[in-house]
Design a protein around this ligand. Structure first.
Ligand SMILES: C[S@@+](CC[C@H](N)C(=O)[O-])C[C@H]1O[C@@H](n2cnc3c(N)ncnc32)[C@H](O)[C@@H]1O
Length: 316
């Protein structure tokens, strides 16, 4: 499947729509289930959280350059590294603080364990989380299941969770989201649902995965407000001792639907041996992949002079 700009709209309705998962459904679920399994990793749900810290350590500083590194991934509130491939909460925290104001709306349409949503709750933003895996959405509800009443808060935030496919955000209106911040599967490097969920993008081979990412990009573009930002974290892999630049394909997918590239942030990886490659001995003739790309795309406004940014768009 190869999608060009313009053919995307007719593709969208073939993917499953969004289905709200409420707190009541989470309570019913955890009344009978204590554990869900993501890939091969069991994750406990339903136990009360004892939150010690509601924010990062005191030495936390906002990022100012295009290289980000978090040797300690961040464990405040209900954040935990036990969801395979989840992103450090420092990433959505930086994005939310830089690109939104309190009360605005953040979307993570491949939301996994809900790291982005927990940061929305802590930072007073409204959130929409979507994941194709119903068990992941239960983990999201679990991570959101803590009390938080900051003194300066005027209104509670509204954080909604949905089972759905990032290629069809049918319950989200055009031009209404203030920030998209998402972290797709890196093609098939980690299998999130095995063979249980057809629409899981981690099941796809690279060409089909990139075609699907173009539809994901088109949906993100549709729902984002003009002159607002869409952040996507993506990494690469290696096969037959050669480099496979998944990130370049994803970059092209987002540029091809009309986004401009605002930033290409290199995020250093600290546990790459565990998550990305199996190393047999020390005799390898290549470097360990130790970075990911955090692309920040901008949706142009209808009337802006795109000539100024022509080489930050799809020019080829
Ligand atoms: C890298 S993980 C996201 C982790 C997340 N940032 C966190 O901190 O927990 C990618 C997620 O994409 C989900 N996914 C795969 N295909 C999807 C699709 N078509 N629509 C929505 N989510 C999908 C997987 O179930 C997985 O939870």
């Amino acid at each position: 499947m190869s999608l060009q700009q313009g053919s995307v709209a007719t593709q969208r309705p073939t993917y499953r729509g969004m289905q709200l998962v409420t707190v009541e459904e989470y309570r019913r679920f955890t009344a009978v289930r204590e554990v869900v399994t993501i890939g091969t990793v069991p994750v406990r749900v339903g136990r009360p959280w004892r939150v010690k810290d509601y924010g990062p350590p005191e030495d936390y500083k906002i990022e100012e350059s295009t290289v980000w590194s978090f040797p300690s991934r961040g464990e405040w509130a209900t954040h935990s590294g036990n969801y395979r491939g989840n992103w450090s909460p420092f990433i959505p925290r930086n994005l939310i603080n830089k690109y939104t104001r309190p009360g605005e709306l953040v979307l993570d349409e491949m939301c996994g364990s809900g790291t982005t949503l927990v940061e929305c709750k802590l930072l007073g933003r409204n959130g929409i989380g979507v994941d194709v895996n119903p068990d992941a959405v239960m983990i999201q509800r679990d991570r959101l299941n803590f009390d938080y009443h900051p003194l300066d808060s005027q209104n509670g935030t509204n954080v909604r969770t949905y089972v759905g496919d990032a290629r069809n955000l049918d319950l989200v209106r055009d031009d209404c989201v203030d920030l998209v911040a998402t972290h797709p599967p890196y093609a098939g490097i980690i299998s999130y649902t095995g063979h249980r969920v057809d629409a899981d993008l981690s099941r796809l081979k690279l060409p089909d995965y990139l075609a699907a990412m173009r539809v994901v990009a088109a949906e993100a573009y549709r729902v984002l407000k003009p002159d607002h930002y869409c952040a996507v974290l993506i990494g690469d892999t290696r096969k037959a001792r050669h480099y496979i630049p998944i990130s370049i394909g994803v970059l092209q997918s987002f540029l091809s639907v009309g986004f401009t590239l605002k930033e290409d942030i290199i995020k250093l990886q600290h546990k790459m041996m565990m998550t990305r490659q199996k190393w047999r001995g020390r005799n390898y003739d290549f470097y360990k992949i130790a970075h990911e790309h955090l692309y920040i795309f901008r949706k142009p406004t209808g009337d802006e002079d795109l000539g100024r940014v022509k080489y930050s768009r799809k020019w080829w």
